[in-house]
Each structure stands twice: as C-alpha cells, then as structure tokens.
Write a protein that binds this ligand. Structure first.
Ligand code: FAD
Length: 399
C-alpha cells in the first residue's frame, strides 16, 4: 500500500488526510504545533469553501463546531456609511465564520477512526529525504525518518518543505503586517453581524463578530503606521477616534478588556512550480493568500478536492512513481488559474483600500456624496465579489 506523508495539519493537511484515509489510503500527518489553539487561524468561509465542505461530506461535522454567519458588509468612510450589502449576496449560503481550532480537532478525530491514519503532533519536519532524483520521505526534529511514496507540503506560508525541495516562492512586492485584536462584542454585532470596514484620517480597520461567542475581531493594518508606538498606544481611544459614536462608546467602555494583539505578517505569493518528483506543495505552502475577502481556507479546501481526484485512483492502483509525478503536474495545472485570479482580485481590493485610506480628497468626496454614489459603488462591488465568493473554476469531488 502506498504511504503518504502530509506535513502540516492546517485546513489543507487535515482535510486532505481525511479524504485519503476515508478512501483506504495510508497517511501519516505531522503537525509541529502541540495545540491547535496556539496559532492564529482565519475563520471566514465563503460559499465556495462551504460548498467544498459539503462535497467532502463534512457539513454535519461543521454543525458541532462553533460557527456564526455574517449578516452583511458595511463600509464607513469619515463617519458616514458608504454602503451596506446583506449576505448571502445571491449565493445559496452566507459567508460563515468557523472556529478553526475545533474544526481541525474534529477533522483529526474523524481521521483517527481509520486504521490507515497516523498522527504525529508537536514535532516539526526539518528536512526531506531523497534518493537519486526523487524525494522519498521526511526527517523530524527528533531525528526520526519517515519514508513516503509522496510527501505533501501543507505546512503554510513559511513552508519548510518548499525550502528543502528548492521550490521558489515569488512574493507579491508589498507584504503587510497586521495587528489582530480580540475584544468583547457589542450587542449590535451579536444581533446583526456586519463585517465593518472603517476608514478615517489616513487610518482604517476592520471589525466583525468572530465564530467564538461574545468576541469581536479587529484587524489593524500596520504598513502605514511604522512610527506607531505599539506598547504605549491607547488602542481604545485610537479605534474610538475613527468610529461612529455607538462603536466609539463601546471601545471606550471595554478599554481594559481589549486583548493584547497578535502581530501577523501577511506574506502573499505563489510558487511558479508546486512540485518535484515525490513532493507537492498545497494550500498556503504553494500560494500564500492574503486575508482579504477570506480566500485562503476556501482555496485550501479546493486544492484538496482536486488533489484527491487526481491521486486517489493512482494510489489505489499502486501506480508507478512516474505516473504519480505526472498527476502532480496536473494538480498544479488545474488549480493555478483560480489561484492567480483570486490573488489578482485580492490585490485589486487591497490597492483600492489603500487609495481610500491614504487619499483625503477621495475619502471626503466619497463621504460627502455617499447618498448619491453609495448605491452605484455597492452594485459594482457586489459584482466584483462574485468570483471570490463562488470560486472561479469548477471544483467537483469525483472520487
Ligand atoms: C491575518 C490573517 C487572517 C486570515 N483570515 C482568513 C479567513 O478569514 N478566511 C480564509 O479563508 N483565510 C484566511 N486567511 C488565510 C488562511 O489562514 C490561510 O490561507 C490558510 O490557513 C491556509 O491553510 P494551510 O493549511 O495551507 O496552512 P496553515 O493554516 O498555515 O497550516 C499549516 C500548518 O502546518 C504546520 N507546520 C508548519 N511548519 C511545519 C513543519 N515544519 N512541520 C510540521 N508542521 C508544520 C503549522 O503549525 C500549521 O498548523 C488569513 C490569513 C491571515 C494572515
């Protein structure tokens, strides 16, 4: 029986492991982190990601994982609402926030029902093993070596597998840093969970109610704030100064409960080549995604489906290594167009947001004429979101 080693139990690695073991394929999944709670993990799933979950027959599992639907999107510029759009924006499912640590734990528990599954947690993979011109397994930090017919690098944006395989990552030129805050929720977000993007005085942030009960998430972009004194900033006042009065009052009233933020470096890019003989990169390891419009987990699940479609028949038939390598090229060819397009759409959104944030004339005009132009801008924005919400290419699980 062929042995697959998957490195990284994020959405890509955990979902792929489950699809494979359910089809009687032997998988060793290796996760560096001791607990899924230790790392920051995104939550937003678009209709295309929820569709992938349904195709993988995981919708019932999802019901037992804390999740919360988004009710809409709101853009506030210089204290004035530019527009609001209600979910599901023409789709059959609304964008939904799903708490990732319990989702991953649930996927791993499901995998553990199958004897083909082995999980090694709390130890990182440090290197690839190779023989002649093929990668043949992985080396762990504790010195263990695990042989594999195929290594799948699902180890995220700083992928060790990518580096050890000598696969290049072409990064988008402007990476950003984010501060990610959590704070108590305001009633208004509990009743009407808007993803609010706020821009004022060359600054801006996004805020929404996360999957976890009673918690707001707030993302603050650091790129334009290089001089900000992170330790001594009064964050409640900083957020309040940019917010409409009801939200400003909330920030001030819960000032002492705003949790210390996590600093996240957002690296965005794509590998020109995702594979070499015996190894393939998937998810963020192959194409680190920007957080804009919650694409990364959705793309990860869709990579997983396409990979299963190509690999399962070959692995079951004990196909030759050459046939497996050929399938790796096909996986990249099938997934690449969607990734390129999604990253382009994310970049367009980022450029537009920067323009609004940094240009006082545009902000003033948008705010002043919001009642006149808001609806036109809304229609255009909704149209542009279609591909990022529904997916760009057709992805159907056929194995
Ligand atoms: C601030 C921010 C917010 C985001 N929000 C969203 C969102 O709301 N919705 C969305 O769809 N996407 C979001 N994203 C993107 C999303 O998080 C990623 O695209 C997605 O997590 C990729 O999944 P993955 O499994 O490929 O990688 P990851 O989720 O990064 O998982 C990789 C796993 O590999 C493990 N690992 C790493 N190195 C090793 C090693 N050497 N050995 C063993 N294990 C290893 C890690 O511990 C980790 O568990 C966000 C990204 C950022 C930066």
């Amino acid at each position: 029986m062929k042995q697959i080693v998957i490195v990284g139990a994020g959405p890509t690695g955990a979902a792929l492991a489950l699809l494979l073991v359910k089809r009687n394929i032997k998988v060793t999944l290796i996760e560096a982190a001791k607990s899924f709670n230790r790392i920051f993990r995104g939550e937003g799933l678009m209709p295309s990601g929820l569709d992938a979950i349904a195709q993988m027959e995981l919708s019932t599992i999802l019901k037992n994982v804390p999740n919360r639907q988004l009710d809409g999107w709101e853009f506030i510029i210089e204290d004035r609402q530019l527009f609001r759009v209600d979910e599901p924006m023409g789709a059959d499912r609304p964008c939904t926030l799903v708490s990732q640590p319990p989702l991953l734990e649930t996927l791993i528990r499901e995998c553990q029902q199958y004897q083909e599954f082995e999980f090694i947690q709390g130890i990182s993979v440090t290197d690839l093993l190779s023989k002649e011109d093929r990668f043949t397994g992985v080396k762990l930090a504790d010195g263990r070596e695990i042989a594999a017919d195929l290594v799948i690098g699902a180890d995220g944006r700083n992928s060790v597998i990518r580096q050890r395989a000598g696969l290049e990552l072409v990064k988008q030129p402007k990476n950003i840093d984010l501060l990610w805050f959590k704070l108590p929720a305001h009633d208004r977000f509990v009743k009407d969970n808007l993803f609010c993007a706020i821009a004022k005085n060359n600054r801006g942030f996004s805020v929404f109610h996360g999957a976890e009960a009673g918690k707001l998430h707030l993302a603050w972009v650091l790129s334009a704030d290089k001089k900000i004194d992170l330790k001594n900033t009064n964050w409640a006042e900083t957020f309040a100064a940019l917010s409409p009065s009801w939200l400003a009052d909330h920030f001030r009233s819960c000032a002492d409960k705003i949790e210390t933020p996590i600093k996240l470096s957002v690296a965005i890019g794509r590998c020109p080549r995702w594979w070499k003989s015996g190894v393939i990169l998937l998810g963020d390891a192959a194409h680190p995604m920007s957080p804009i419009r919650a694409q990364g987990i959705n793309m990860a699940f869709r990579d997983v489906i396409v990979t299963a479609n190509h690999l399962v028949p070959l692995l079951k038939a004990e196909a030759s290594q050459e046939a497996i390598d050929l399938a790796l090229a096909k996986i990249q060819a099938e997934r690449e167009p969607e990734i390129i397009r999604a990253q382009k759409l994310q970049r367009n959104e980022a450029i537009r947001a920067e323009l609004i944030k940094n240009n006082p004339i545009i902000r003033s005009l948008l705010s002043l004429f919001a009642p006149l132009v808001g609806n036109i801008i809304k229609q255009k924005w909704v149209k542009e979101q279609y591909e990022m919400r529904q997916g760009i290419t057709e992805v159907k699980l056929v194995v």
